[in-house]
Design a binder for this molecule. Structure first.
Ligand code: GAR
Length: 193
């Protein structure tokens, strides 16, 4: 693969709500030579989101916005356009984006979800997967459209569920796969950019 130096990388924003371990992983990925992205700005809808510390540590701009007021969202759109953001990665971002917002970044917003979509859209996926005695689970990276967890799938990884698995172990095992799948998916969609 061609080496991408800083200036050639795609300006990217990562949206988070909580722990931010996917953000941490994407920051690490963005710094590697084969990464097509540069993370310019992190958006959190929670001012106490633990993941903000990864942005701070890496001197990445942070904006806290709770997405309930239209003028705030409009201001965010201006910031994203000003920073020439061409890719938005949702990483544990638990707010639903408005149709207008999605339209403004059509085809440029992607999300990671801890299930084998189209199964188990929404929250508490691991609980529901275990309750239903599923034999397999996994994670999916998909384009974001106006339907919840409903956009075109970019890549998925399937894993087997063991008898001894509980919510905690499953979450941990799925997250481990997420850290590989998100960078792979980004490379996949940006390789034709
Ligand atoms: C991840 O498992 C991600 O797939 C999931 O939240 C977790 C965030 O972890 N996202 C969703 O459930 C979105 N519907 P992180 O904050 O440590 O990256």
């Amino acid at each position: 693969m061609v080496k991408l130096i800083g200036v050639n990388k795609i300006n990217t924003s990562v949206f988070i709500s909580g722990k931010g371990t996917n953000l941490k992983n994407l920051i690490k990925f963005s710094k590697s030579n084969n990464s097509p992205i540069k993370i310019n700005i992190v958006i959190s809808n929670q001012k106490k989101a633990y993941g903000i510390k990864y942005a701070k540590k890496n001197k990445i701009k942070i904006k806290i916005i709770n997405f309930s007021k239209k003028h705030e969202v409009n201001q965010l759109l201006k910031i994203l356009k000003f920073n020439n953001i061409r890719l938005i990665c949702l990483a544990g971002f638990l707010k639903i984006l408005s149709k207008d917002f999605i339209k403004s970044f059509k085809g440029k917003i992607i999300n990671i979800h801890p299930s084998l979509l189209p199964k188990y859209k929404g929250l508490n996926t691991h609980e529901r997967v275990l309750e239903n005695n599923e034999k397999f689970t996994g994670c999916s990276v998909h384009f974001v459209n106006e339907k919840l967890d409903g956009g075109k799938i970019i890549l998925q990884k399937k894993i087997k569920i063991f008898k001894k698995d509980d919510i905690k172990s499953l979450k941990k095992r799925v997250l481990k796969e997420e850290y590989k799948l998100y960078p792979k998916s980004i490379i996949k969609i940006l390789s034709n950019y």
